[in-house]
Design a protein around this ligand. Sequence first.
Ligand SMILES: O=c1ccn([C@H]2C[C@H](O)[C@@H](COP(=O)(O)O)O2)c(=O)[nH]1
Length: 209
Amino acid sequence: RGPLQTVPTRLGAWNCPKCFGILKHSKFLSLELRGQLPSSLSLSCSNRKREDILESAQYFMGVALLAAQRSRDPSTQVGACIVNEEKKIVGVGYNGMPNGCGDDTLPWRRSGDSPVETKYFYVCHAELNAIMNKNSADLKGCTIYVTLFPCNKCSKLLIQAGIKKVIYLSDKYHNGEETVASRRMLDLAGIPYDPTEPVEKNVVRRASG
Ligand SMILES: O=c1ccn([C@H]2C[C@H](O)[C@@H](COP(=O)(O)O)O2)c(=O)[nH]1
C-alpha cells in the first residue's frame, strides 16, 4: 500500500455522500486515493455523458497499433484489426513467425546470402494472422484497419476473405512493386483504401489520462 495522497479534485464522488458511502471501502476508490488510477478513469457523479470520446476509426486503428506492439520484427511492426458491419472487432493480428516455429530459430534479418536466411520467407503478415484469428464465421463486408498498407499477398487474402474496405496508417512502401500490385488488385476488386489520420498521439494521450 502506498501513502495516501490529497484527494484529487476530479473525484466527484467525494462531493456525493451516497456515492462515497458505497465506494469508500472499494479497491477502486483506494487506488484513486493512492494516485494510481489514470485520471481518465476518475469517478464522477455527473449525469452527463462524455462527448469528447475516442472516435471509432481511431479506436480500431488504436487496437491495430497496440497489436503491432506484440510483433518481434526488429524493423517493421504491423498490426491489423478487422471490424464487421456492426462495428464489432472480429479479428486482430500482428506480424510474427508461424506458430511453433520459434522466434529465436528463424531469421529476422532483411537481407542475407540467400532469401532463405531472411525473415521474408517465414513471417506471417498481420493481415493473415487477423484473418486466421477471426471469431466469426466469415469476414464478408468487414473493414480492416492496418498500420501498414497491405502487400500484394495480403491484398489477395483480403479480397478472397470478402473484406470490403481498407484503412491504413503508414504507406512507406508506396512505390514498391508489391504495393503497386496490391493497389492494382484492390482497384480491380472495387475495394477502397483510405489513409487514417495519424492516431498515435491522440490514442496515447487518452490512454494515459
Ligand atoms: O502487408 C504487410 C506487409 C508486411 N508485413 C510485415 C512483414 C514483415 O515482418 C514486415 C516488413 O518488414 P520490412 O523490414 O519493413 O521489409 O511487415 C505485414 O505484416 N503486412
